[in-house]
Write a protein of this length. Structure first.
Lengths: 403, 372
C-alpha cells in the first residue's frame, strides 16, 4: 500500500491546495452557537463546495456522478480534509455512507437513477432502524409494513433518527412478516419523510442540542417501488452496507480525534495550572499525555491494517467492530481527560460549536457527546458480543424463550 | 528486500510447525532447570534454516531481508514461550555491531552470529534495570591502546551461553560500547533468576578487564545514540515477543471459555466472560497494529523509529500483559496453578512489558517529544 500512497503525492497536494482555498476561514467562530437553520444552511453550502470539487461522493462510481476514486485516493482525501480542518460533513453521513451504499449494492436501475442524483443534489437522509423497544436487540423491531395494492402501509415508531426533522428521505426497517423468525421478517424501505403520516419530533440530548428525533409513522403509504432488495430480506441488506467506504470514514474520524482531541489536550495542558506549575509540567499528566498520543497512533495503525486488508482481500470483517470500540472509548477517555485537567473551567457552559464533529473544543460538551459513540451504532457491549462471537467463536447467550 | 506476504505466511507456518514440535509446554518446562536454559538442538535447527540471519546484512553472512521477516520468528518464539538466546544474540549483540562504527569487528563477528556458531549478548543496564545510559554502573577508563572495564551490569540476557558480550560503560566523556570475548579473566557471570523461567538473565561483573582499541564498538561520540537505537530495537523485539504471547493467551482463553461449563452453559456465553475475551482480542489486535507498525519503521529509511518504539512500549507492552492477566481470571482456579500455562504467559508478557524501559518511561518520553 505504501507504494500506492507514495504515487498519490500530486493528488494529495491538489486536495491540500483545494482545502487551503475552500475551507472557510473562521467557520468555527461562525458555527459557535449557530442555530439549526444556520447549521443546515452552512452544510448545504459546504456540500455544494465538495460536490463541485468532486469530493462529495468520492467513493461512488463515475456513472452515478461520483468521483470513482480508488481506495487509496479516498484515504488521501479523508486525511487531507481532516488535516485542513474542513467542517465535518455531518448532515450527509447517512445519505452518503448508509443509504447510497445500500442502493448501489441492491437497488434496481430505476432506484439508482431515482435516488442517487438526489443525494448528490443535497437531499438529506436519516436512518429509521432503532425503536423504543428495539435498541441493542434491533432485530426485534415492531414497526409494521403491510402490503396494500401497489403500496405498503407502515405504522410504528422509530427513535434516534439523526437529523430526522431535516431529512427528505429515510432508510427504514419495518416488519413485513410478523410470524417468521425475527431476522427473517424485516424489509428495507426508502421512505419519503414528507409523506402523509410521518411526524419527526426532535429529542433534546444530554448536550442540550436536539440532533435526534423520534419519528412516528401512522399508516404511511410507501410505494412498493421503494422496497429496497427483496421483501423480508431487509436485515441482510442492512448488514451488507458495512462497505469499504466505512473504513475511509474512520480515517477521517481518527485523524480528527488525533488532531483536534489529543493534539488539543497536549497543547492546552501547557496552559492549565496544576500545583505550582502547569499540567504539562506534571510527571503524571505527562505520562497520561504520552499514553493518549500512543493510543491515537495505534488507532490510526489499526485502521491502516483494515484498509490494507480491504485492498488485498476486499470486504470488511468483524475487525470493524474492534476499531469502533477502540475509537469510541478513546474518544470518551480523551474528552474526560480534558474535563478533569481543565477543572472548573470545563464546567462553564459555552455555545455549542456546530459542524465540528466530535471535537468542538469544549471538553465537557464533547465528553457528553461521546456517548453518541459508545452507545450509538451498536453499544460497546454489543461490539464486545460481536467480537466474542464472530471473531473468537464464543457461544451466544441463550435467548429468552419466545424471543 | 524482505519476503513477500505469501512468503512471510509460509515462513510463519514453518516456524510455528517447528516450534509446535520442539517447544511444547512440557519441553519448555524441562528447560527451567537446565544449565544452559535453551535447547541447543533447536538453536542449530533454526540457524540451519537461516532464521537467525534474515535481517542481517548480506555482505556479513546475513540474508539482507527485512525486520518484518525477523518479527515473524520473534512472535512465534513468544507464542511458544520458547527459551532462546535469539533476541540476545542477533537482535541486541548483532544490532550493536551493525549500529556501531567498528567496521572490521562487524565484518569479523557478524558471520558467526548469523550462522549461529557464536552467540552474542548486550550488557546495557545497571543491576536496577534502568535503560538510561547515565545510570550505568559499568565504568570505562580509556588507556593507551584501549581501556579497561570495572563495574557491574544487570539483566544481561543469556550471558552464560554467549561467546561475545557488548558492554555499555560510562567513561570520562560519556558512554561507550565495547566488545569482550567470553570467557575471559576478570569477567564473572552470575545467574539472576527472574519469575519468567523461560528467560535467562545474568549479572555481569568486570574487574579490570582490558579491552583493545579494536574492540571499541562505539566511542563516546556515537555510543549514546547507538544505545538509544539499540534500546528501541530491543523494545520492538520485546513487543513482537509480547504480541505472540498475547495472541496465544487470547486464543487458548477463548477455547477454554467455550469448553468450560458452569451453570449448565459454556462460561464464554456469559457476557461478563465474553467481554473479558473480547477485551483480550482488542488488546492483541491493537498491539499487533502498534508492533507491526514499528517493525515497518525499522525497515523504512527515514522513519521515526524512536517514536514507533515508544508507542509499542507505551501501549502494546501493557495491553499484551493485561490480556494475559485477564486470561488468568477467565481460567479461574486452574489459571492460578503451576500446572496450567496461564502463569507462564503472564510472566513472559510482564517481563516484556518492563524490558527496555517501562511503559511510564516511554510515555514520558513521548510527552517530552510532544511538549518540546
Amino acid at each position: 500500500m505504501l507504494e500506492e500512497m507514495a504515487a498519490l503525492e500530486p493528488f494529495r497536494l491538489g486536495v491540500r491546495a483545494w482545502c487551503a482555498t475552500h475551507v472557510p476561514i473562521g467557520w468555527r467562530q461562525d458555527m459557535a452557537g449557530a442555530d439549526h437553520a444556520a447549521f443546515v444552511a452552512f452544510h448545504r453550502w459546504w456540500a455544494g463546495e465538495l460536490r463541485q470539487a468532486g469530493y462529495l461522493a468520492p467513493h461512488w462510481p463515475a456513472e452515478w456522478g461520483g468521483a470513482g476514486f480508488t481506495l487509496p485516493e479516498q484515504i488521501v482525501l479523508s486525511e487531507e480534509l481532516a488535516r485542513g480542518d474542513a467542517p465535518r460533513n455531518a448532515l450527509y453521513q447517512v445519505a452518503l455512507y448508509n443509504a447510497a451504499p445500500a442502493i448501489l449494492h441492491v437497488g434496481t436501475p430505476e432506484q439508482k437513477s431515482r435516488f442517487l442524483p438526489g443525494i448528490l443534489n443535497g437531499e438529506i437522509w436519516c436512518q429509521g432502524f432503532s425503536e423504543p423497544d428495539a435498541g441493542s436487540d434491533l432485530a426485534s423491531l415492531q414497526t409494521r409494513a403491510v402490503r396494500d395494492g401497489e403500496d405498503y402501509v407502515i405504522t410504528g415508531q422509530k427513535v434516534w433518527t439523526s437529523m430526522g426533522h431535516e431529512a427528505d428521505w429515510c432508510i427504514l426497517l419495518a416488519r413485513t412478516d410478523p410470524i417468521a423468525p425475527k431476522r427473517k421478517g424485516i424489509s428495507f424501505f426508502l421512505l419519503d419523510m414528507h409523506a402523509a403520516g410521518v411526524e419527526a419530533r426532535p429529542i433534546r440530548q444530554a448536550t442540550g442540542q436536539a440532533e435526534f428525533c423520534e419519528t412516528f409513522l401512522d399508516e404511511v403509504r410507501v410505494p412498493a417501488a421503494n422496497l429496497l432488495g427483496p421483501e423480508n430480506e431487509g436485515w441482510q441488506v442492512s448488514q451488507s452496507t458495512l462497505a469499504s467506504e466505512r473504513g475511509v470514514v474512520l480515517i477521517e474520524l481518527a485523524d480528527r480525534l488525533r488532531r483536534n482531541g489529543i493534539g488539543a489536550l497536549i497543547a492546552q495542558a501547557g496552559s492549565w495550572p496544576l500545583g505550582g506549575a502547569m499540567a504539562a509540567d506534571d510527571p503524571g499528566v505527562r505520562e497520561l499525555l504520552g499514553q493518549r498520543y500512543a493510543e491515537g497512533a495505534v488507532l490510526r495503525l489499526l485502521i491502516n491494517r483494515m484498509v490494507t486488508n480491504l485492498l488485498r482481500r476486499g470486504g470488511v470483517g468483524p475487525e470493524a467492530s474492534v476499531i469502533k470500540l477502540f475509537y469510541s472509548e478513546l474518544l470518551q477517555n480523551v474528552m474526560n481527560d480534558g474535563v478533569r485537567l481543565q477543572g472548573l473551567g470545563a464546567q462553564v457552559e459555552t455555545p455549542a460549536l456546530m459542524s465540528a464533529g466530535w471535537e468542538t473544543g469544549g471538553w465537557m460538551y464533547d465528553y457528553l457527546n461521546s456517548w453518541g459513540w459508545t452507545i450509538g451504532g451498536g453499544t460497546s457491549e454489543i461490539m464486545r458480543n460481536i467480537i466474542g462471537e464472530r471473531v473468537l467463536g464464543l457461544p451466544r447467550e441463550p435467548e429468552a424463550r419466545g424471543a | 528486500m524482505g519476503l513477500s506476504d505469501e512468503e512471510r505466511d509460509q515462513l510463519r507456518a514453518a516456524v510455528r510447525g517447528l516450534l509446535d514440535e520442539r517447544s511444547s509446554s512440557a519441553q519448555v518446562r524441562v528447560l527451567f532447570d537446565d544449565p544452559l536454559g535453551y535447547d541447543p538442538d533447536l538453536w542449530d535447527r533454526m540457524a540451519g534454516l537461516g532464521w537467525l540471519a534474515m535481517h542481517l546484512p548480506e555482505d556479513h553472512g546475513g540474508m539482507g531481508g527485512s525486520h518484518a521477516d525477523l518479527a515473524v520468528v520473534l512472535q512465534e518464539l513468544g507464542r511458544h514461550l520458547t527459551p532462546s538466546p535469539l533476541t540476545a544474540s542477533v537482535v541486541l549483540g548483532a544490532g550493536a555491531l551493525v549500529l556501531g562504527d567498528n567496521a572490521p569487528l562487524r565484518a569479523a563477528e557478524l558471520p558467526a552470529l548469523a550462522d549461529g556458531s557464536r552467540k552474542a549478548t548486550l550488557a546495557s543496564c545497571p543491576p536496577g534495570g534502568s535503560c538510561d545510559p547515565d545510570r550505568l554502573e559499568m565504568r570505562w577508563q580509556p588507556l593507551a591502546g584501549g581501556g579497561r572495564l570495572d563495574g557491574v551490569a544487570g539483566f544481561v540476557p543469556y550471558a552464560r551461553v554467549a561467546e561475545l558480550v557488548v558492554v555499555a560503560a560510562l567513561g570520562p566523556s560519556g558512554p561507550v560500547l565495547v566488545a569482550v570475548d567470553l570467557p575471559v579473566a576478570g569477567v564473572t557471570i552470575d545467574a539472576s533468576p527472574v519469575y519468567d523461567r523461560t528467560r535467562r538473565f545474568d549479572v555481569v561483573r568486570c574487574d579490570g578487564v582490558g579491552v583493545a582499541a579494536d574492540h571499541v564498538v562505539a566511542g563516546p561520540e556515537t555510543a549514546r545514540e547507538v544505545l538509544g537505537r539499540l534500546n528501541d530495537l530491543g523494545a520492538i523485539a520485546a513487543g513482537c515477543d509480547g504480541l505472540g504471547v498475547a495472541e496465544r493467551a487470547t486464543e487458548r482463553t477463548a477455547l477454554y471459555a467455550t469448553q468450560r461449563f458452569q451453570f449448565g452453559r459454556p462460561i464464554g456465553s456469559f457476557q461478563a466472560v465474553k467481554h473479558h475475551c473480547a477485551n483480550m482480542l482488542v488488546a492483541t489486535e491493537a498491539s499487533r497494529a502498534a508492533v507491526l507498525g514499528a517493525v515497518d519503521a525499522l525497515d523504512q529509511p527515514g522513519a521515526d523509529v524512536g517514536e514507533a518504539a515508544a508507542i509499542v512500549k507505551a501501549f502494546a507492552a501493557t495491553a499484551c500483559a493485561e490480556a494475559c492477566a485477564v486470561s488468568v481470571q477467565v481460567h479461574g482456579g486452574i489459571g492460578f496453578t503451576w500446572e496450567d500455562d496461564c502463569h507462564l504467559l503472564l510472566k513472559r508478557a510482564k517481563l516484556d512489558e518492563a524490558w527496555f524501559g517501562t511503559p511510564a518511561w516511554h510515555r514520558r518520553r513521548l510527552a517530552a517529544r510532544l511538549l518540546a
